[in-house]
Design a binder for this molecule. Structure first.
Ligand code: MG7
Length: 313
């Protein structure tokens, strides 16, 4: 990555994709401002792994967007494959998705306009899950059969974070219990991984009775959103004192995850999973590195390896 940047670095911005080869894998990347990416990468190298923290989204960022032509389910999607749901429940969730997803990604509405709809979506969906009587005992099995897939290179990614002592905050508006179960499913047990998300609350019989507060949705997924809530931002997200952040996401909202944390340098990697033509320009403006329809974690891994070369650079 560094070599490519050094070779292709120029002052004028460019939205043209470049191909970057990582071992056997070729990735198409857009780095509109290559000089800025190069400078950030050099700063990450001089700070080394001890200065670095990863803040990442989960659904369709750590997990794949699609595999073998099939859409990989999100954590809410996995919940919705709960075996005891009725046909009416399925219909209800499908209708919610159709209605609210269109609002979530609508380019003509502001975040403020979308906000009440998002709170409504999450609330209605979670309430229905409670009504459906989701049982804790089927959680593991629901995840096991869901067909969830992590991006290629996940094993090495988490191994390197662990070896280098780099903390990883998984910040998700999805469902924390599902994410934790996916980590167990793939035997990912890093001590420095923490999941901040919506967690299920169960009654004494192990039946879902509600979700943790504050609710985390697409438009409050950032440290600063919780600064004045009962649980302070630090309690909630367990902010570290790392100065450098590698931020990974697949939506523009993810860019704000690090808002309010202590870092002074944030290198952002955005996965542009679909509708590349319509969305590339916006992503290229905002993310330092955009990965185009890339099923791998090659780019984040390369950034981590760059930070790990401290002293030898
Ligand atoms: N998302 C949010 N909600 C739901 C839901 O009830 N069902 C499904 N299938 N998806 C949902 O990980 C966060 C993403 O999950 C989606 C309440 C949203 O698109 C959100 O960005």
């Amino acid at each position: 990555l560094l070599r490519l940047l050094e070779q292709t670095c120029r002052d004028e911005p460019s939205e043209l994709p470049v191909v970057c080869q990582f071992g056997d894998t070729k990735c198409r990347l857009v780095m509109k401002n290559r000089r800025r990416v190069l400078e950030k990468l050099q700063s990450l190298m001089s700070g080394g792994p001890d200065a670095l923290e990863v803040i990442t989204d989960f659904d369709h960022t750590l997990s794949k967007f699609s595999e073998n032509g099939r859409r990989v389910p999100s954590s809410h999607g996995i919940m919705e494959s709960y075996p005891d749901l009725s046909a009416e429940d399925h219909k209800y969730f499908r209708e919610l998705y159709t209605k609210y997803y269109a609002i979530e990604i609508c380019p003509d509405m502001s975040d403020e306009e979308k906000l009440p709809h998002m709170i409504e979506w999450w609330t209605r969906s979670h309430d229905r899950m409670v009504l459906a009587g989701f049982q804790k005992s089927v959680l593991a099995q629901t995840v096991d059969v869901s067909g969830v897939a992590l991006r290629d290179g996940w094993h090495q990614f988490f191994d390197r974070l662990e070896e280098l002592g780099i903390p990883c905050l998984i910040f998700s508006a999805g469902i924390g219990d599902i994410i934790q179960e996916i980590l167990v499913h793939f035997d990912i047990r890093g001590k420095l991984i923490r999941v901040v998300s919506n967690f299920m609350l169960y009654n004494e019989k192990g039946v879902l009775r509600g979700f943790s507060e504050p609710l985390i949705h697409t438009f409050n997924k950032r440290f600063s959103a919780f600064a004045s809530s009962e649980a302070s931002a630090n309690d909630l997200v367990g902010a570290t004192d790392r100065r450098h952040v590698l931020l990974m996401g697949d939506t523009m909202g993810d860019l704000r995850m690090s808002e309010g944390c202590n870092a002074d340098l944030v290198l952002t990697v955005g996965y542009l999973n679909d509708r590349v033509q319509d969305r590339l320009s916006g992503y290229a403006d905002k993310f330092d590195i955009v990965c185009l329809e890339d099923p791998s974690l090659c780019v984040p891994l390369a950034v981590i390896e760059a930070a790990a070369t401290v002293g030898t650079a």
